[in-house]
Design a protein around this ligand. Structure first.
Ligand code: AMP
Length: 145
């Protein structure tokens, strides 16, 4: 995907937003959805996406970004309290050359622990569904309303 071009409404995150594809949600509000990454770089890896159509940070409306980053912060804080990581990586990729594989804007919230290297971006194995559901419940329980 180049940085320019139309938004593809059939991308997997658009389908998740429409309820056409499954996801394990952590948080949903009028502007954003947070859900567990199916191929996590570490245990507790969450994705945060806007409901508005945007491919990358470059074509997103400023207001979309303003609202989204606050949700990213809240999710990161909840991941911290729920999982007690030593650090939290927040990443975001724009265009294939940068490593973006899903063409709907998203932030990664990835807990990390000393001595436990993260799996590479795009190299995670599919996680166990029951474990993801447990993690989602734990993280959601620590989100401030
Ligand atoms: P990126 O490579 O930055 O575009 O990130 C896309 C992320 O979405 C990767 O971390 C994938 O593991 C994750 N992913 C892809 N498909 C799904 C899905 N159906 N449910 C949850 N996470 C997904």
């Amino acid at each position: 995907m180049s940085l320019d071009g139309p938004y593809d409404p059939e991308n997997i995150f658009a389908r998740i937003l429409r309820g056409e594809a499954p996801a394990i949600p952590v948080h949903e509000d009028a502007d954003a959805l947070a859900f567990m990454d199916l191929f996590p770089q570490s245990r507790g890896h969450v994705l945060v996406i806007p409901k508005a159509d945007a491919r990358t940070i470059l074509d997103a409306e400023a207001e979309t970004l303003r609202r989204l980053i606050v949700v990213v912060q809240r999710v990161a804080a909840a991941v911290r309290v729920a999982l007690l990581p030593d650090g939290v990586v927040v990443t975001q990729f724009n265009g294939r050359a940068a490593g973006q594989t899903v063409d709907h804007l998203h932030f990664h919230v990835i807990p990390c622990w000393q001595g436990r290297p993260l799996k590479g971006h795009g190299h995670g194995q599919m996680a166990d569904g029951d474990d993801l559901r447990r993690l989602a419940r734990d993280i959601a329980a620590h989100l401030e309303v």
